[in-house]
Write a protein that binds this ligand. Structure first.
Ligand code: T3D
Length: 271
């Protein structure tokens, strides 16, 4: 590790654009494979909060500029590696990665990771925190933590075994081997793998489709499925009933049923 701080730049570290009801956030430190600095975390938090607060946004895409998606923590940034100084990596997790993972998993709209290139360390797990991951065929996923003496973070220890089972979770995490996107799709780590040139079209088509669906029900679907993984069956049924009770009183349920019966397209608006 070096003590040199990453160079300052006036370029936004997170680019934002909106296409219809879809907000696209692009991590923008391409020369460092979009690795996370504290400053990029801060911009991403602000951008995610703004998307969550904007009722016109009904789906979100997270992607990376250049040839990488995100190489995890920028190992030059704030590592406190001056002689005699012991870095507090736990503080970095609490300050930056816990809020990121929590925010991604509590967005009121569906979140798609469009993984355009290598996703390593917390970059891989930030992608896996998203609801659906679409990767370019040339992309890859690396649980790089073991190579620098750490454990998977940004939710990795929770997500990996749930997505691919304990054997594969431990294999990926212990070896830190590169997992190509096609293999990631095959083992169920991600939703889809597409040709590189098709990545953003595919992500946008999925996001546009999800943006016309009942956002609140989609967000509650994420919440209920995640909660159920640690529940007894009866408790999961209770959560389903409680959630249906709440959603059943909302606009979108009435609209969905009315539209079905009238044989017209529904117009959902809850969030
Ligand atoms: O505080 C804490 O640490 C807590 C949080 C931890 C969360 C974590 O994410 S820990 C894991 C951190 N990430 C890594 O260990 C991955 C390090 N990067 C790599 O192993 C490789 O770069 C990749 C396998 C991702 C890609 O390899 P390759 O050959 O395609 O590209 P490269 O040449 O290694 O990287 C291109 C440039 O990006 C290069 O800069 P240069 O030489 O052209 O000026 C490289 O140094 C830079 N870069 C890549 N990853 C990072 C990075 N710079 C800083 N931090 C990085 N993580």
């Amino acid at each position: 590790m070096t003590t040199a701080a990453p160079p300052q730049t006036t370029e936004p570290l997170v680019l934002q654009r909106t296409q219809g009801a879809v907000r696209v956030l692009t991590l923008n430190r391409p020369a460092q494979l979009n690795s996370f600095t504290a400053a990029m975390h801060a911009e991403l938090r602000t951008a995610l909060d703004a998307a969550a607060a904007d009722a016109s946004v009904r789906a979100l895409i997270l992607t990376g500029a250049g040839r990488g998606f995100c190489a995890g923590q920028d190992l030059n940034d704030g590592m406190g590696s001056s002689p005699g100084q012991v870095p507090d990596v736990g503080a970095v997790i609490e300050a930056n990665y816990r809020p990121l993972a929590a925010r991604l998993r509590a967005m009121p709209v569906p979140v798609i990771a469009a993984v355009n290139g290598v996703a390593a360390g917390a970059g891989a797990n930030a992608a896996l925190c998203c609801d659906m991951v679409i990767a370019a065929r040339s992309a890859s996923f690396i649980q790089a933590f073991s190579k620098i003496g750490l454990v998977p973070d940004c939710g990795g220890t929770w997500l990996l075994p749930r997505l691919v089972g304990r054997a594969r979770a431990l294999g990926l995490a212990m070896t830190g081997d590169k997992l190509p996107a096609e293999e990631a799709q095959r083992i169920g780590l991600i939703w889809a793998c597409v040709d590189d040139a098709e990545l953003m079209n595919a992500a946008m088509a999925l996001a546009e489709r999800l943006s016309t669906m009942p956002s609140k029900a989609l967000a509650q679907t994420r919440r209920a499925i995640d909660a159920a993984t640690t529940m007894a069956f009866d408790d999961a049924i209770t959560l389903e009933a409680d959630t249906q009770r709440e959603l059943g009183r909302a606009h979108d349920f009435a609209e969905g049923v009315a539209a079905f019966l009238a044989k017209r397209a529904p117009v959902f608006k809850d969030r």
